[in-house]
Design a binder for this molecule. Structure first.
Ligand SMILES: O=C(CO)COP(=O)(O)O
Length: 258
């Protein structure tokens, strides 16, 4: 039995403006208010421009919902037009910063080296990185999903000390399952999440590895979340499309009722 608290995080991607964000978080708060969900941590990951609005709402209404950014600059300040820094996110009391989402690896050519710098930037600013890893369809078809994903874990965590590494969140998101409706089976998810924990144990010892929360992401919905969460090395989900529907996201958070 692990005492890891599941983390259900909604990655809104490039959806919902700051007014829609407020309405959406209010709906989530309402949907989660009538039942104790203490045993699950809930986070939203809105676009940067929504974060101030979300912070104001969460602070004002003392909501338990956490929030974070979908990306973070590797640099803390300077001439990096268009980037958002760790100190800026920390000032907004963000809890999390997503690093290395497959859409950023794919469309913005983010390498493991850059992801590693972003992981360090997050830790430097007291933000918890959610490091995304996972294989594409060609790698899966060749049966190389474990080796591919562990190489991304190694790259993202290079030179990260154990006391930081054991607080990270790792999201296993097979690219072929993202936004496709093609959810990995619970066994697929467990195979790679278990291998990730095994690698963390090699790097940081079993005790450290047992503290790390490993999420699954890719077409998670209320109808499939419970079976995935039943796997021993899956400690939460990173939810894209389904997180944009407040009622559906609330059902996912309450996966134990499904
Ligand atoms: O990329 C994802 C979350 O980061 C998953 O997206 P979907 O839930 O829309 O498949």
């Amino acid at each position: 039995m692990s005492d890891r608290i599941p983390l259900m995080a909604g990655n809104w991607k490039m959806n919902l403006n700051h007014l829609e964000a407020i309405a959406h978080v209010q709906k989530l708060a309402f949907g989660l208010a009538d039942k104790d969900y203490e045993a699950v941590e809930v986070a939203v990951l809105p676009p940067f421009i929504d974060l101030r609005s979300v912070q104001t709402l969460v602070d004002g209404d003392k909501l338990k919902i956490k929030y974070g950014a979908q990306d973070i600059s590797a640099h803390d300040s300077g001439a990096y037009t268009g980037e958002i820094s760790g100190p800026m996110l920390a000032k907004l009391r963000c809890a999390y910063a997503v690093v290395g989402h497959s859409e950023r690896r794919q469309y913005h050519d983010e390498t493991d080296e850059l992801c590693n710098a972003k992981v360090k930037a997050a830790f430097r600013n007291d933000l918890t990185p959610i490091l995304c890893v996972g294989e594409g369809l060609d790698v899966r078809k060749a049966g190389n999903q474990v080796a591919h994903t562990l190489a991304q874990v190694d790259g993202g965590l290079k030179d990260v000390p154990a006391e930081q590494a054991e607080t990270i969140v790792i999201a296993y998101e097979p690219v072929w399952a993202i936004g496709t409706g093609e959810v990995a089976t619970p066994e697929d998810a467990q195979e790679v999440c278990g291998a990730i924990r095994g690698r963390l144990a090699e790097l940081y010892g079993q005790e450290g590895a047992d503290k790390v929360r490993i999420q699954y992401g890719g077409s998670v919905k209320s109808g499939n979340v419970a079976a995935i969460m039943a796997k021993p090395d899956v400690d939460g989900a990173l939810i894209g499309g389904a997180s944009l529907d407040a009622d559906e996201f609330v059902k996912i958070v309450r996966f134990r009722d499904q």
